[in-house]
Structures are given as C-alpha cells and as structure tokens.
Design a protein around this ligand. Structure first.
Ligand SMILES: [Zn+2]
Length: 71
C-alpha cells in the first residue's frame, strides 16, 4: 500500500479525491504547495475543493472519510 511521503495518506483511494498520487505524495499536499506557489490551475482546484468541503478554509486537506465502524 502506497502512502504520501508528506502526510502518510493512503494513495489512489477511489473514494478519496485528494489521494491521487503526485509522484509519491498525495494531491492533498501537492495541490496546496502548488497553490501557494501561485500555480493558477492548482489555485483553482484547491479553491474548488475548499468550496466542496474536501479541504479546510486555509487549503489544508481534511483527512479521508473513514468507513463507519461496524458494531
Ligand atoms: Zn499528503
């Protein structure tokens, strides 16, 4: 199982839009870094992900949704 070199998020999880593999790190981390460097495409993506609730208001990726524990 591959995980992000920065935050440890599991990569390429279909249900987790921020888990895309960006050269060994997740999109959640890489997108924020690129946005901070002013890459317009990433700025737009990150803004959309903040709007849809995938990221906090400052662009930090929220942890992936965990499946409900089985009781
Ligand atoms: Zn990460």
């Amino acid at each position: 199982m591959q995980t992000c070199g920065i935050c440890g998020r599991v990569l390429n999880v279909e249900a987790d839009p921020l888990s895309g593999d960006c050269g060994g790190d997740c999109w959640g981390c890489i997108g924020l870094i690129e946005a901070k460097h002013g890459w317009q495409q990433s700025v737009d993506f990150v803004a959309a992900e903040i709007a849809s609730g995938l990221r906090d208001a400052d662009g930090k990726p929220k942890p992936p949704e965990q499946p409900l524990p089985k009781s």
